[in-house]
Each structure stands twice: as C-alpha cells, then as structure tokens.
Design a protein. Sequence first.
Length: 120
Amino acid sequence: MASSPPSLRSQPPGASASAAWRFPAEVRFRNARETADAASAALEADTPRYDLSACEHFDSSLIAVLLELQRRAAERGRRCSFESPSSNVLKLAALYNVDVLLFERAFRSALAAVGASPAR
C-alpha cells in the first residue's frame, strides 16, 4: 500500500495530542477526499484542532472538507476548532454562509480583541 504524500500525513507519532493538524498548502477537488480522510486522525482528540495557516490554494472543496470534519466530530460528540484561516478562506466561508458555523471562535476572539460584540 502506498503511503500518503507528506503534506497529507497526520501528525507524526509522538506529536502532542493538543497539536493542531496542519492542512496542506492546496486543497482542491482532486485531493479533498484524501485531505478529509487524513485530517480525520485529529478527531481522536477531545477538541480536534486544525491549522489552516499553510492552506493558500483552494476551491470550494476546502469548505466541504471543513464541514465534513465538523460532521464527523459531531458524531463523536465533539466540535472542531479551525485555526488561522486566511482572509480568503473566511470570505469563501461567508459566501456559502457557513463562516460562523466554522469559525465562530475566531470571530468571537477577533471581536473581543477590538471590544465589539457579534451582530448576528
């Protein structure tokens, strides 16, 4: 059986359970299913965390992957935390009206930092 490309491997053995799973630089239709399956390894944590900071090239498939991870986490009674989304990821999520669903914590933290409260 062939191994996954390095960019899609889950955290290495011995990595901290609290470490966020890092998304690859590119998530598009052609690798979305593989990315979702690889990222599912992080669902074993009490609070699955995902680092989106390296994800620079994507299409709407990224949103589908994030929603799928959220669904899989909910099946386990958990909620994912998606960290460090770029402004383009946030814009795409807003376009599909799932920004608050996926990034509620990030929005609340940003609002609190400037002394504002959510309008929704």
